[in-house]
Design a protein. Structure first.
Length: 145
């Protein structure tokens, strides 16, 4: 479980659509967050029952339809009551320092509206795989690299 003061100011929002095989791994490290909201896009597996049983503090918002990822995230973001919102896919897992680095980025650049991680895939070595908004740049083009 992550332990950082920044989590006390953060609502975690994730989308669930039949994510029973992955969502527990996503939620477990984030349980220290002020609030966790799982927006369910009309799942038909047992994921909601599993979340309610294993993570009773998680707030589930069932939309009753699958309006897509963006619409579901909007529901969760509008329901958040904290100064910070962490959006995370249900199949993603933060390592212990990931969240603190994202939070620190916002502290270092107070005019920033958001921060996003870079994604590396171990089987592809240290080459940058994804950098937000569909952009793919060499690591040497990144600020601070």
């Amino acid at each position: 479980m992550l332990q950082t003061p920044a989590l006390e100011e953060t609502t975690v929002v994730t989308i669930n659509y039949n994510s029973i095989d992955v969502i527990a791994n996503c939620l477990e490290p984030l349980l220290e967050a002020k609030e966790i909201i799982v927006v369910d896009n009309d799942s038909n597996d047992q994921s909601l029952a599993m979340i309610a049983e294993r993570f009773p503090s998680v707030r589930i918002i069932a939309t009753g339809e699958n309006a897509g990822n963006g619409a579901g995230l909007n529901v969760g973001i509008f329901a958040a009551k904290t100064p910070y919102v962490l959006i995370i896919d249900p199949d993603a897992v933060l390592t212990p320092d990931n969240f603190q680095l994202l939070y620190q980025g916002l502290q270092d650049f107070p005019d920033a509206a958001f921060t996003a991680p870079l994604m590396f895939i171990p089987r592809h070595g240290q080459d940058l795989w994804v950098m937000g908004a569909g952009e793919n740049h060499a690591q040497s083009h990144l600020r601070g690299a």
